[in-house]
Write a protein that binds this ligand. Structure first.
Ligand SMILES: O=P(O)(O)OC[C@H]1O[C@H](OP(=O)(O)OP(=O)(O)O)[C@H](O)[C@@H]1O
Ligand SMILES: NC(=O)CC[C@H](N)C(=O)O
Ligand SMILES: [Mg+2]
Length: 506
């Protein structure tokens, strides 16, 4: 995942600062690089670099990011390399001058690179799949005869992208001197929402990965961009939408957005992430009741499975822990305090950095642990970096027993749609039973959510969604183009050793 955004509108005299604010609200989606491109009366202003939003943009950059429309991106690298050359937005000067920001991963990049070089005679300067996507779009737009109304030409170019590109893509783009566009892949794997704001000067539109960005800037959530849908918005406040043939079908969104990636205060495809996480906690409590009775776990304190307290693993474990504690009828306690200046560890590149950061990020309050059976609740266990260290900390702080609960099922399969889980052997649950994972992480008892329950938690938010991308849990890749050879290629290119080497040479 990455965060993407676009803003345009009649009264929008200063898109730059607003894009900056939107990106800081989307920071949790990508901490590695950030960029903004604005249309300063037909002249492109672009600033991008590795780093957090607050570090990449200095006042002098903001002064240069003038103009009333533009796009922004914060990056979590999941394809190509972590160099600042692959920070986004990408730009090509023809036709019109185009900039593009992408969330997701293409799954046929190698073939597209060949086509772009051989048939389309286009130059690619990086290893980024997003640069490929921009060049496909640019080539398709270039094919439209002069005089075609621009929104139609952009929509036809989006048809071309859908025809040629496979995988997951939520896109915002800027057509210099004209307007902004957005596109979501035919399954709608990655999220994208449209917002609208009315001012005395007219109507403005914003398109963003998550609705929290709209909230923060005072835009009203109009709708989600539908699966396969293309959207055009211009400085005159016009919004035009072209649903794809598949748009009347519900999306197949990535369920991991609801588990971990998205902020809880976001709405995605009609689902409140917060409510979905509350339901996850309730279902997890039900699973604890079921498993405790199946395994005959005795209680020595009159509470379910003898659990004295429920504690969240900050931040993303918090919502599920809250409702789980209530359902179990057990006190909820904050046993770990988070250092607010350390970002998310899972989306950091490189395992060494992630491991160091967990300890810098979380510190226990010993009095909450001494002599107790503690139930630690996290949203998910992926590589096991967080839980292994946390359980050790809980024991050092005096916990008598550690029950570890994951609001998501075991993550056993790689992700190919824009989450950095490339190598199955790096996933702690890969090839291990729940009991073996418990032993590996040092838990006395480990409880995972069932997949059917997780899906039910998300579906309850929008029953029209029939299917989610649950590939990291069940190995079913909804785009239908992923085979063992492809997965092996991803593993080879992006395993931890390969990424550590790439980071060292960045
Ligand atoms: O098993 P692992 O490989 O450690 O991955 C899972 C952990 O990583 C994430 O936390 P993170 O620190 O990224 O973000 P958060 O503050 O939003 O919880 C997630 O919430 C889990 O705690
Ligand atoms: N996670 C993402 O959405 C990444 C976008 C793009 N594939 C990149 O690696 O830069
Ligand atoms: Mg976490």
């Amino acid at each position: 995942m990455c965060g993407i955004v676009a803003i345009t509108g009649s009264s929008n005299a200063a898109a730059g600062p607003q894009l900056y604010d939107a990106l800081s609200v989307l920071q949790h989606r990508g901490q590695d690089a950030a960029g903004i491109a604005t249309d300063d009366h037909g002249r492109l202003a672009l600033r991008k670099d590795n780093g957090l939003v607050a570090d990449v943009f200095r006042q002098k950059h903001m002064n240069r990011l003038a103009g009333g429309q533009g796009i922004g991106h914060c990056r979590y690298p999941t394809a190509g390399c972590p160099s600042n050359a692959e920070a986004q937005p990408f730009y090509v000067n023809a036709p019109y001058g185009l900039a593009l920001a992408h969330n997701g991963n293409l799954t046929n990049t190698a073939e597209l690179v060949e086509d772009l070089r051989q048939s389309d005679r286009r130059h690619l300067n990086t290893t980024s799949d997003s640069e490929v996507l921009l060049n496909i779009f640019a080539h398709e737009l270039q094919q439209k005869p002069a005089g075609t109304p621009l929104a139609d030409a952009v929509f036809d170019a989006c048809d071309g992208v859908r025809r040629r590109c496979r995988g997951a893509y939520a896109v915002t783009g800027l057509v210099m001197g004209h307007g902004v566009f957005a596109l979501r892949d035919p399954l709608g794997i990655r999220p994208l929402v449209i917002g609208r704001r009315e001012t005395l000067q007219g109507v403005e539109h914003m398109i963003a990965s998550e609705s929290v960005a709209l909230d923060a800037l005072g835009f009203e959530l109009l709708d989600d961009v539908g699966p396969g849908e293309a959207v055009w918005a211009d400085a005159a406040g016009q919004l035009v939408r072209r649903p794809s043939g598949a748009a009347h079908r519900p999306p197949v969104p990535c369920i991991f957005e609801h588990v971990y990636l998205a902020r809880p205060d976001s709405m995605m495809d009609g689902v409140s992430v917060y409510k979905a996480r509350l339901r996850m906690g309730e279902k997890l409590a039900d699973k604890v009741f079921r498993e405790a009775s199946r395994l005959g776990i005795q209680s020595d304190n009159g509470k379910p499975a003898g659990i004295d307290v429920v504690m969240p693993i900050p931040d993303s474990g918090r919502t599920a822990a809250l409702s789980m504690a209530a359902r179990l009828g057990v006190p909820y306690r904050e046993g770990f305090i988070k250092n607010r200046y350390v970002g998310r560890t899972f989306i950091m590149p490189g395992q060494a950095e992630r491991r160091k950061s967990v300890r810098k990020k979380l510190n226990p309050i010993p009095l909450e642990f001494a002599g107790k059976t503690v139930c630690l609740v996290d949203d998910s266990i992926v590589r096991g970096t967080t839980c292994t260290q946390i359980i050790k900390l809980a024991r050092e702080a005096g916990a008598k027993r550690v029950v570890y609960c994951s609001a998501a099922p075991p993550v056993r399969f790689p992700n190919v749609y824009g989450i950095d889980m490339p190598a199955p052997e790096e996933l702690i649950a890969h090839g291990r039973t729940t009991e073996q994972v418990a032993e590996e992480i040092g838990a006395d008892w480990l409880v995972y959510q069932d997949l059917a329950d997780l899906v039910a938690c998300s579906r309850e938010g929008n029953p029209q969604i029939e299917r989610f991308d649950c590939s990291v849990f069940d190995g079913v890749y909804p785009t239908g183009d992923i085979d063992a050879g492809y997965l092996e290629g991803v593993r080879e290119k992006r395993n931890d050793a390969a990424q550590t080497a790439a980071l060292a040479s960045r």
